[in-house]
Design a binder for this molecule. Sequence first.
Ligand SMILES: [Zn+2]
Length: 257
Amino acid sequence: MKSMIDSHIHLDHYTDEEIEEIISSSPTIQSYISVSYDLESAKRNLLLSEKYSIVKPAFGYHPEQSLPNEKELANLMTWIESNKEKMVAIGEVGLPYYLRMETADPSFQLHGYIELLEAFIILAKKWEMPIVLHAVYDDAPVVCDLLEKHSIDKAHFHWFKGDSKTIQRLKNNGYFISFTPDIVYEEEIQQIAKVFPIDQVMIETDGPWPFEGPFQGKSTHPKMMNESVGFISKIKKMPIQDVYLQLLDNTKSFYSL
Ligand SMILES: [Zn+2]
């Protein structure tokens, strides 16, 4: 058995037909953690989880976009609060690393993003829920500070990239990271996989995000995670079946599935 969980996918960004095709052609996928971008996205993820019981929704506000205005934020927070029994985690939340790089504006104000993230961290603590983070490179230590300030122990840094000091910090705090299919062709990610403990690792597609290397031109599908597992087993020098099992157990226990 090669059972897997896609620990981070934006299923709501696929069409209904694509979702039907993905789910019906993936008998080995036990669950999909489908993270949200904004309120509309959260509503669609909730509908998908009602249609397909293997879809487990997370609600949040993706950081790589403009901040919501006061009214939008109030609507989002009220909606999340009234649907919190149906979610498995807060997410996707974090800090806008790529947006900041793209705008190349030295006066880019991070403050509002940090404030919004902290509001979500406080909810995760209050509701005793895992939190799904988009926090790479220089942003990761900032996010670690906030998580430590609020004594968060269930944090998932999806598609993590960062320096060795931060890697050590995530490791020591018992935080989880997940690898996308780019582990098969990105040296930087392979280096992280070498040193990160296998019992704090998950796999994901971040679909429909497109990949390169052997996946160039292919639409992102959870079956690509088989290649990731193969690569992790090589890096960790572990039998592939043990890797499938370990990743599955990690994800089930992290998300209480
Ligand atoms: Zn994502």
